[in-house]
Design a protein around this ligand. Structure first.
Ligand SMILES: NC(=O)c1ccc[n+]([C@@H]2O[C@H](COP(=O)([O-])OP(=O)(O)OC[C@H]3O[C@@H](n4cnc5c(N)ncnc54)[C@H](O)[C@@H]3O)[C@@H](O)[C@H]2O)c1
Length: 321
């Protein structure tokens, strides 16, 4: 195969980024898109020269595809992945994997049984600054991890409801939990607390999780949605004699600050990690690369951690992983 025929389910914000990347690749043809908001699907379809559907499952029934991108809100996961697996159709899926852990575990089981190629949108892992950070803190070197997602409440209607988004920790801060796992290893337990929701829904307005890593490192990750702007999104890792600070200002603006007793270095990148993860998945499907960095099973570990932090915050206890 030298050219992939792909579809995209969901045509909102992040789908726009994926469709822009995919339609720019000479070895990809975007043949169809789907969104229950019909006009949105039609606008996206017209932009990339594809057919529009009002339903993702109908798209999968009607079109002959080599892969599908699933760019739907957290509440919409499950049936689409199951339908893709049943057809043996490789899929890229945006994070979070689902609202809850059970749905994602069931999809992971189906993906594993079918031996399907998948990729998940934990895009930080595509960045050279993140790879540099990973080289600077070899396994077991991290002692302390402090992360944050201090932001505004996203404007999409499904977000402030737990049955729409899964909550901020599961929907947004999951990127920071993923970075923490990448740079400090697996977490064995998480304790957490949260502040009550605001009037707009039932997603808490602030939360903090305290992590213990298998290596013995400890960490805390904070989330809030009460600001009118994105204040700070990122992670600090402290190892002996060294602090690494990764910051995301926007999808195309990332920075790594490395501080030692000798001074500090700052590495900035405006690389597009969304296009990079799409290119990686396409290359794997066309047999030009061996593996994706974040297949479904790897993303499931991050999702399990974010869900554990969310549960610990609601129950006020400690969850062991
Ligand atoms: N990797 C990242 O940094 C990043 C950035 C933004 C969003 N995301 C993730 O992408 C997902 C979508 O976010 P968004 O910002 O694009 O939201 P959005 O609201 O802009 O777009 C979602 C679209 O999906 C459609 N939709 C809802 N249910 C559907 C269904 N069953 N089938 C098909 N389409 C359906 C909606 O009508 C909407 O057009 C979320 O899970 C979010 O966390 C990831």
């Amino acid at each position: 195969m030298t050219r992939l025929r792909v579809g995209c389910v969901g045509t909102g914000f992040i789908a726009g980024r994926h469709l822009a990347a995919l339609s720019g690749f000479g070895d990809v043809e975007v043949v169809a898109v789907a969104d229950p908001v019909r006009e949105r699907a039609e606008v996206a379809a017209a932009r990339v020269g594809a057919r529009a559907h009002a339903d993702g499952l109908a798209l999968l029934d009607a079109e002959e595809l080599d892969a599908v991108w699933l760019c739907v809100p957290p509440f919409a996961h499950g049936p689409l992945e199951t339908a893709a697996v049943a057809r043996g159709l490789p899929f890229f899926v945006e994070k979070p994997l689902a609202l809850d852990l059970d749905t994602a575990r069931e999809v992971a089981r189906q993906v594993e049984d079918r031996g399907l190629t998948t990729a998940v949108g934990y895009h930080w892992r595509q960045l050279d600054v993140v790879r540099r950070a990973a080289r600077l803190v070899p396994a077991g070197a991290a002692r302390l991890v402090t992360g944050s997602w201090l932001d505004k409440t996203p404007g999409v209607p499904w977000w402030p409801r737990r049955d729409g988004s899964g909550g901020q920790v599961v929907e947004q801060t999951t990127h920071v939990f993923d970075l923490a796992r990448l740079l400090a290893g697996e977490v064995v337990s998480v304790a957490a607390a949260e502040r009550p929701a605001a009037d707009d829904g039932d997603v808490s307005t602030a939360a903090v999780a305290v992590l213990t890593f298998a290596s013995g490192a400890v960490g805390s990750i904070s989330s809030t949605r009460v600001l009118g702007w994105r204040h700070s999104v990122g992670l600090q890792v402290v190892a002996d004699g060294q602090v690494l600070e990764l910051t995301e200002r926007s999808l195309d603006d990332h920075e790594l600050r490395v501080v030692t007793a000798d001074g500090e270095e700052v590495h900035h990148t405006d690389a597009d990690p969304i296009a990079a993860e799409d290119r990686e998945f396409v290359d794997v499907l066309l047999g030009r690369a061996e593996r994706v960095q974040v297949p479904y099973a790897e993303a499931l570990r991050t999702h399990a951690l974010a869900c554990a932090a969310d549960r610990a915050a609601r129950d006020g206890g400690t969850v062991r992983l």
